[in-house]
Write a new protein. Structure first.
Length: 126
């Protein structure tokens, strides 16, 4: 395993490998504010932004174009803009959308697909 590799469960993205050695590894969960993931909505055309964690039940999709069409209920997945994270891994669902006047963009609150408190087994993508 190598740092940066995506960690997934059947429900979607759980996080990324933070550190790894011969016997163990540590995962930085997608719910962590320290992990930023390229993400996009599952709509046509897709709307892209950067997703970071805020808590176990709140993720924030930010730096979304001000004119982007977004709705509560839109599904969010990885965008694949990072060479280590393939596109299309489910992340969650938009539950709130608001304007961010400081950056002239929109932000979304995303409810994650993964229940981080119940993780027992995960898969690491190469």
């Amino acid at each position: 395993m190598r740092p940066g590799q995506p960690v997934v469960v059947p429900e979607g993205l759980a996080g990324k490998i933070q550190t790894a050695d011969a016997d163990s590894s540590q995962v930085l969960l997608v719910s962590s504010p320290r992990l930023v993931v390229g993400a996009m909505t599952l709509r046509n055309p897709p709307v892209a932004g950067l997703l970071r964690g805020e808590s176990e039940s709140v993720l924030i999709l930010e730096f979304v174009s001000a004119g982007a069409s977004l709705d509560v209920g839109d599904r969010v997945m990885t965008s694949g803009f990072s060479s280590q994270t393939p596109p299309g891994i489910p992340i969650g669902e938009i539950v709130q959308v608001w304007e961010d006047p400081e950056f002239g963009s929109r932000r979304c609150q995303v409810f994650p697909n993964v229940n981080f408190g119940s993780l027992r087994e995960v898969y690491v993508l190469r």
